[in-house]
Design a protein around this ligand. Structure first.
Ligand SMILES: C[S@@+](CC[C@H](N)C(=O)[O-])C[C@H]1O[C@@H](n2cnc3c(N)ncnc32)[C@H](O)[C@@H]1O
Length: 370
């Protein structure tokens, strides 16, 4: 049994834990900003390919308390690193420390590297490591003096699905966009609207979710090169993910933005994600938003007035939305914004609110569905 950690954005721990349980992970335990779980090699591959809400999947090598560099060195050295890292493999070290006695990340990094080198020297009888083989990125977290040592299996962060090379001014992270769709209970028979779509992330993640398409289907992962995970495992897991797709004949998405260039970028992204058949893009001002379907799920990430528009324009857009998003059976409206006075300006109290982080910006997700 392998122990894993899946870091995620704050606020996404619960959906990630639920997702991991549904993927067959064992001992799933949500903490602040990450979910711990256990499983085997297949779990590792499956989580990388299918998790919508995790930032990466890491193998947990060990966890211990340390207040001094000596303790950090001795504990780190006590693990069987040779079970993972081969004689020629690269093992760079990175991490972070919060509220701990060992607060110098650079020093911790150097001590951990030194301890692993020492352990491998003894195991392999080598005095020098060329580090030209495959990469086993060592990562550490130190939280309130509790050190966790991990190996990153994902490589490029899992939010990078591979469809969004061309970024817009303020794109939302793919993992957060997927979570917004999941919180809004988006289904394959729904019609999704994003009238301020920017680079189209919400529309694309919505289409992937509604059709049960694995977000990591078209990308590769660091651990695909690891000898501990036979290539057949990756192949089988990719095939299983594809077999589980549920293409919907009903799902449609309408995405628009006032900025023509954004719409072009978004259509390119949707094509690369192979979701373009579900999404109709057009350039339009939200003021002209007049959806003509009977039912709809609106998910929108308006400018906050911090990064794009000024605060006054952002407020004006909230007022516009309040007037347009009228209570109607079969309709739900879901808005993520950093504006703490949003409900006042929008004109109604949300039926449900969730605290989320969009990058470093503290936000609320306001959901109207009654
Ligand atoms: C925060 S960004 C959305 C980012 C998007 N979720 C993404 O992932 O790229 C807000 C978007 O609202 C658009 N916008 C601003 N005013 C608008 C208006 N009046 N009508 C429609 N779109 C507008 C901007 O052009 C921008 O693309």
């Amino acid at each position: 049994m392998i122990q894993f950690a899946a870091p995620c954005l704050f606020g996404l721990e619960a959906p990630l834990a639920e997702e991991l349980r549904a993927l067959g992970a064992r001992d799933v335990n949500a903490e602040n900003g990450r979910v711990l779980f256990s499983g085997d090699e297949a779990t590792l591959a499956r989580a990388n390919i299918r998790c919508r809400f995790a930032e990466r999947i890491e193998v947990v090598i060990g966890s211990f308390e340390a207040h001094t560099f000596d303790q950090l060195f001795e504990h780190t050295k006590s693990y069987h690193w040779e079970q993972w890292i081969g004689k020629t493999d690269a093992f760079p070290v990175k991490g972070y420390s919060l509220n701990s006695d060992l607060h110098s990340v650079r020093d911790c990094q150097a001590i951990i590297k030194k301890a692993i080198v020492q352990e491998l020297k003894e195991k392999y009888g080598l005095s020098w490591f060329e580090e030209t083989g495959c990469v086993y990125q060592v990562s550490f977290s130190i939280l309130k003096n509790r050190v966790t040592l991990m190996l990153d299996t994902s490589g490029v962060g899992l939010h990078k699905r591979g469809y969004r090379p061309a970024n817009n001014a303020a794109p939302i992270k793919e993992t957060l966009a997927a979570a917004l769709c999941s919180f809004a209970r988006l289904q394959g028979y729904h019609t999704l609207y994003d009238p301020m779509c920017g680079s189209g992330t919400i529309a694309i993640e919505g289409a992937l979710l509604a059709n049960n398409i694995a977000p990591g289907k078209n990308r590769t992962f660091a651990a695909q090169k690891w000898r501990q995970i036979p290539s057949g495992v990756w192949l089988r897991e990719k095939e299983a993910a594809i077999a589980d797709e549920k293409p919907s004949s009903e799902f449609r998405c309408f995405a628009s933005d006032v900025d023509r260039r954004s719409v072009e970028l978004a259509s390119g992204n949707a094509r690369r994600a192979e979701m373009d058949r579900y999404i109709r893009f057009c350039a339009a001002d939200i003021r002209d938003f007049r959806p003509n379907s009977e039912k709809g799920t609106v998910i929108v990430n308006p400018p906050y007035g911090e990064r794009l528009a000024d605060e006054k324009t952002a407020r004006e857009l909230s007022r516009v939305m309040g007037a347009l998003f009228e209570r109607r059976p079969g309709w739900s409206y879901n808005i993520i914004t950093a504006d703490e006075d949003f409900e006042k300006v929008f004109g109604r109290r949300a039926d449900k609110r969730r605290k989320l982080y969009n990058g470093m910006i503290k936000c609320q997700y306001y959901m109207y569905y009654k």
